[in-house]
Design a binder for this molecule. Structure first.
Ligand code: GCU
Length: 600
């Protein structure tokens, strides 16, 4: 055992150098010249992956990615995309047809398109997300693959695309694996498919590939970051302009197309009360990108969380990426507006987006609405801590979400884990993720939903060794649901080993909307209401509590919840039903949040 841990420690020691560079994700798709490939895609459902492997289970050179058609009456071709069914993209496959409701396996997607590329341009295909493993082909050629169901990726197709008759084929496999992230067991539905937008991005040959434009850590009037060009003409002058603030700053890029940017700026700061976003232009000689960026500082001091230098309480709620009203994986701006609108109605200034990166609309709407965001990667429950490939996968998901959202003022916390069991290997794994996140983005707070334990019948202790490496402590507790009855909270005291702020990142209980009874009858709105009443009194007594995000805003699907006529594969801990009906507990929390908004 000791040798294995030593070997793993050595591996981890060198891990940082494995891919220290940023992923080659193109930043800010919204501000680019794009063509949507959304809509109906032809699909082939392939549970035995016969479109990928031959009968000897060897990858075949003649798989479905060839999109072959019989050229003679005698030629044997045993598939045909164009006479097969179709699915809507973006969208999970599980809620589009009952046939695929429980399906976990491979589905092949095909999209045909024509594209006349302008001279002196490059072309990329961009996926907002594909759950879980995607093999991507264009015109019969493999252009890349991606692992992880909740982060974006793009591939260059400049030299492969033709004016007419292109066929983009994606093999999407959502089979769960022990070594994956997340691993086999989760309490959310494993929605499969091309779950977010698919776009073509046309850029100049040398373009603004990536940039970070945010306030320097701890500063409220100094912007620091970088601009990164990709292409042939890497030595250029790039200018960052914020017209409304009369700012125009130019920097020279080096031979790698990189320019560090650093300048004073007197700006209106972003906050929930005033979610100020500025139009920002990043201009190079060969390209320009426009973005909407808010500027705010976020830090901790002792047990305080400071937004723009002032102590703040995070009045939050957890949200799964479940589509409101229709169910299935949420993906649109409308979905985001509905969910965040309900959070606002609750009186929230904060949301914990569980347990994986949500779509970009969610983050951009939070930016616009003034809602702070806890963003998390799905290092959930019992990950394979000692598997270097699992670590690399988790690091990659972390770097992709940071690449996508690093310019969003709303995102204040990166969370690297949820409810992960104590062990040395786990701690090494998570420490690695934490230092990696800090290297990619020094400006935000790091957290995780950590372990806690009773030191006696009435005292909970937070001394998970992970706390040492975090800025904000996160804890999930279900006093009154998995742990005793609601009134148990009245007798509980909370202690922490750390002089750090605590966000109670989950608490709550299930209730079926419209199911009524006395406050001790499980599954009733009255029981859930009672949990919240007792919880809030307990939470008010915790001196280092600086935020709450109860579980959860809306009921969501889970394969672990089969109880007939109550759950029916829904986790019913929502304060709102999946049909948008507010449960009694919704108003208990709303009342408290209104009080807090007036006092803190
Ligand atoms: C856990 C977990 C959630 C889960 C919830 C529940 O704490 O983090 O993902 O859904 O509890 O049991 O409802």
């Amino acid at each position: 055992m000791a040798n294995k841990l030593l070997l793993f420690a050595l591996l981890l020691a060198f891990a940082p150098s494995l891919n220290a560079q940023q992923t080659d994700l193109i930043t800010n798709i919204e501000g680019r010249n794009t063509t949507s490939l959304n809509g109906q895609w032809q699909v082939i459902i392939d549970p035995y992956e016969s479109g990928y492997y031959d009968y000897r289970y060897q990858p075949s050179n003649n798989g479905f990615f060839k999109n072959a058609k019989p050229r003679t009456k005698s030629e044997l071709i045993e598939y045909d995309f164009d006479s097969s069914g179709s699915l809507q993209v973006p969208g999970d496959w599980n809620t589009q047809t009952d046939q695929l409701f429980f399906y976990e396996g491979t589905v092949w997607y095909k999209k045909s398109f024509d594209f006349q590329r302008k001279p002196n341009t490059r072309l990329f295909v961009y996926f907002g997300a594909a759950n879980y493993f995607a093999d991507v082909y264009l015109n019969g050629q493999k252009i890349g693959q991606h692992e992880g169901g909740f982060t974006p990726f793009n591939f260059e197709i400049t030299n492969l695309v033709r004016d007419t008759g292109n066929f983009l084929i994606v093999k999407v496999d959502n089979k769960r694996r022990r070594d994956a992230v997340p691993t086999l067991m989760t309490d959310w539905w494993n929605y499969g498919g091309l779950t977010r937008d698919v776009k073509l991005i046309e850029t100049p040959t040398t373009f603004v590939h990536d940039y970070l434009i945010q306030l320097q850590k701890g500063s409220r009037n100094r912007i620091s970051g970088y601009v990164k060009l990709t292409g042939e003409k890497l030595n250029q002058t790039v200018t960052v302009r914020i017209p409304e603030a009369g700012i125009s700053k130019s920097f020279a890029t080096d031979a790698h197309g990189f320019a560090a940017i650093d300048f004073n700026a007197d700006l209106k700061l972003w906050s929930p009360e005033n979610p100020k976003l500025y139009d920002v232009m990043i201009e190079a000689e060969t390209d320009q990108v426009r973005d909407q960026i808010g500027f705010r500082s976020i830090e901790t001091r002792g047990t305080e969380i400071l937004l723009n230098g002032r102590p703040i309480f995070l009045r939050g709620v957890c949200i799964h990426e479940e589509a409101p009203l229709r169910g299935g994986r949420a993906y649109s701006r409308e979905d985001a507006r509905t969910l965040l609108g309900w959070a606002k109605e609750l009186g929230a200034n904060f949301v914990r987006l569980a347990h994986y990166p949500h779509n970009e609309f969610m983050i951009r709407e939070a930016d616009r609405l003034g809602i702070m965001v806890w963003s998390e990667i799905p290092v959930y429950w019992t990950i394979q801590w000692e598997n270097p490939a699992t670590l690399e996968n988790a690091r990659n998901q972390l770097s992709e979400v940071i690449a996508r959202d690093k310019n969003r003022a709303a995102v204040v916390v990166w969370s690297v884990a949820n409810e992960t069991p104590l062990s040395d290997a786990r701690l090494l794994f998570l420490k690695n993720l934490i230092s990696y996140a800090r290297s990619l983005d020094p400006g935000r707070l790091l957290s995780a939903a950590m372990e806690r334990h009773y030191i006696n019948d009435t005292t909970q202790m937070i001394d998970d060794p992970l706390g040492e490496y975090l800025d904000v402590l996160g804890c999930n507790e279900y006093v009154g649901w998995y742990d005793g009855l609601p009134e148990k909270a009245d007798r509980l005291e909370w202690r922490s080993k750390y002089q750090k702020p605590l966000v109670m990142s989950e608490f709550g209980g299930d209730a079926l909307y419209g199911n009524h009874g006395d406050a001790l009858t499980r599954w009733t709105e009255e029981y859930q209401e009672s949990i919240y009443q007792h919880q809030i009194e307990m939470l008010k007594k915790i001196s280092f509590l600086r935020g709450t995000s109860p579980w959860i805003l809306m009921d969501f699907r889970s394969p672990r919840r089969p109880l007939p006529r109550i759950q029916d594969y829904w986790n019913r801990k929502g304060l709102v039903s999946n049909r948008g009906e507010r449960k009694k507990a919704f108003y208990v929390l709303q009342t408290w949040y209104r009080e807090l908004a007036n006092t803190r």
